[in-house]
Design a protein around this ligand. Structure first.
Ligand code: SF4
Length: 216
């Protein structure tokens, strides 16, 4: 909270007027802490400048606790503060860890709503998907292709063989996954798809693959 030493106000009213004039929200800090304050600290700076010019101690307007103002108690690093610092430290460590561990690409591949599977030549089963790729880096990712990692099969992109995602960009499209029916374990398998930039695997994702029901 802000504090101000009242006995100094009479001598330094011009200083406060200056600090009031500098306040972007027009607050008169002599009335104490107010809701409109945006904590820009402009009044603290201008008041300290003026106190320096008139050769008086700085800190007339400052952050202080009630105990500091009333009992003139100095700041203490209490167990509660230590606890808050520990929690803050853990949160910062988690945030830094997440920043380092995050993938450069986020991939979502989902079956097209309302579509079942399709029989193709050679006992192949085909499912149609839409995909979204988000490039979280500032560099373009070139020559993107999809490969089926969990099953033997093929992935065919609609309209293009490879494509690129611009830095901080998003790519969307449609693709077909074809798997031989003999490789399916049931009528709803999980398949794993790898996203490659050239020969480099940049992300993997899983999705559902529908096939015919087996009544064995
Ligand atoms: S901190 Fe900024 S907004 Fe708050 S009283 Fe001072 S000058 Fe005004």
């Amino acid at each position: 909270m802000f504090s101000a030493s009242c006995n100094a106000f009479s001598k330094l009213s011009f200083s406060i007027i200056t600090s009031k004039n500098v306040c972007p929200t027009g607050i008169d800090i002599r009335n104490g802490t107010q809701l409109e304050c945006i904590n820009c600290t402009a009044c603290i700076d201008v008041c300290d400048d003026m106190m320096e010019k008139v050769d008086l101690p700085k800190g007339l307007i400052r952050y202080a606790s009630e105990d500091d103002i009333e009992k003139e108690e100095k700041f203490k690093f209490t167990p509660r503060l230590k606890g808050y610092c520990a929690v803050l430290g853990i949160l910062i460590a988690v945030l830094i860890g997440m920043l380092f561990l995050r993938n450069d690409v986020e991939a979502n591949i989902l079956r097209l709503p309302g579509q079942l599977y399709e029989h193709k030549a050679g006992n192949m089963i085909s499912n149609v998907y839409t995909f979204k790729l988000v490039n979280k880096t500032v560099d373009d990712i070139e020559n993107i292709t999809f490969k089926l990692l969990s099953h033997k099969g093929t992935i065919k992109l609609v309209s293009h063989g490879t494509f690129k995602v611009e830095g901080q960009g998003l790519a969307e499209g449609t693709l077909f996954v074809e798997v031989n029916a003999s490789a399916l374990k049931g009528d709803k398998d999980r398949i794993e798809i790898g996203i490659y930039s050239g020969d480099t695997l940049i992300e993997t994702t899983t999705t559902a693959f529908l096939g015919p029901r087996s009544y064995k």
